[in-house]
Design a protein around this ligand. Structure first.
Ligand code: HEC
Ligand code: HEC
Length: 261
């Protein structure tokens, strides 16, 4: 019961925080043209071109576990780059993002965040058949859709769309787009949030505790919002959610335009 109440209070907070977002023109946070140069060419010796791993169209790559960045909410991209640069989040997939972010100034981060937001690459999602052929355990998108849209309240899981918007298309600002994200990456992040909860709960970590964080633990979510959700997901739920979300399209029936945040 206590858990359900805390989820509800988080949801109220989320609605409140999300309210003024729709009107904000968040793609204005940086100079997208300068961001494009960093994205395509890198910066000096320390920062390789982002497109080498995130692909020229920003779609990322299941083969190396890199995320889609195209169209992602710019303020969320900026927060992740800042978090990598301060080691509040660890890239435990290729062990590159922390050093890369340290090589960027805050203005560079804003610029590259603005650029990836402008990439209107269509939502394609992962090739689930290929992943199955490669031996991955791929979940059931229909079961994932139920949790994404209605939650699993008996398990203490709120509907993903209450924070991430319809089909996970983002609710702006702090709530990233998770629809159209890559399967392998989604599965890895959800498992990492759950592992982070198991060790630290949903609390904001002190600097010392940050040092105790291990691989496959993600704890940089504000107010532990994602850890509290992922804590109650089974491996099967995670696979089902990832299968649904990767194929989820941001548009609604009769309205072919995705929101611009
Ligand atoms: C060597 C490969 C590589 C390069 C080069 C690279 N990235 Fe990444 N990036 C990754 C991987 C792998 C992840 C996933 C990390 C994890 O598992 O948490 C990632 C994650 C991210 C994230 C987090 C996205 C999210 O949805 O939370 C951002 C933002 C990002 N990268 C931006 C950049 C930018 C900007 C550049 C160029 C300046 C860049 N990356 C260059 C491999 C790379
Ligand atoms: C109470 C609000 C809330 C709910 C409900 C919620 N999330 Fe999140 N989620 C967040 C926030 C906030 C972040 C960004 C964390 C950060 O700043 O690093 C996030 C991040 C994520 C990420 C990482 C995205 C990336 O690009 O790295 C994934 C994946 C995710 N959520 C999936 C889900 C799924 C699946 C559900 C439903 C089972 C869900 N979320 C429900 C608030 C929520």
């Amino acid at each position: 019961m206590k858990r359900i109440i805390s989820v509800i209070s988080l949801l109220t907070a989320a609605t409140w925080l999300a309210a003024p977002i729709a009107a904000s023109a968040e793609e204005d946070i940086g100079n997208a043209e300068h961001g494009r140069v960093i994205y395509q060419l890198g910066k000096g010796d320390a920062v390789p071109a982002c497109e080498g791993c995130h692909a020229p169209d920003g779609l990322g790559d299941d083969g190396i576990g890199s995320p889609r960045l195209a169209y992602q909410t710019s303020s969320y991209v900026l927060k992740q780059l800042v978090d990598f640069s301060k080691d509040l989040r660890t890239d435990d997939t290729m062990y590159q993002m922390n050093d890369i972010a340290k090589g960027l100034t805050e203005q560079d981060m804003k610029d590259v965040a603005a650029y990836v937001h402008t990439l209107k690459t269509p939502y394609i999602g992962s090739n689930l058949d290929q992943l199955r052929r490669d031996g991955a355990e791929v979940g059931d998108p229909h079961k994932g859709k139920m949790i994404a849209e209605y939650g699993a309240l008996a398990q203490g899981v709120a509907a993903c769309q209450s924070c991430h918007g319809f089909h996970g298309r983002s609710a702006g600002r702090m709530y990233p787009a998770i629809g159209g994200q890559n399967y392998v990456y989604l599965q890895h992040e959800l498992t990492s949030f759950r592992n982070g909860y198991q060790k630290f709960g949903a609390a904001t970590l002190s600097k010392d505790q940050m040092g105790e964080k291990e691989d496959n633990m993600r704890v940089n979510d504000y107010m532990g919002q994602m850890r509290a959700i992922a804590a109650n997901l089974s491996d099967e739920d995670i696979a089902n959610l990832a299968a649904f979300l990767t194929l989820a399209k941001p548009t609604t029936a009769g309205n072919p335009r995705a929101p611009s945040h």
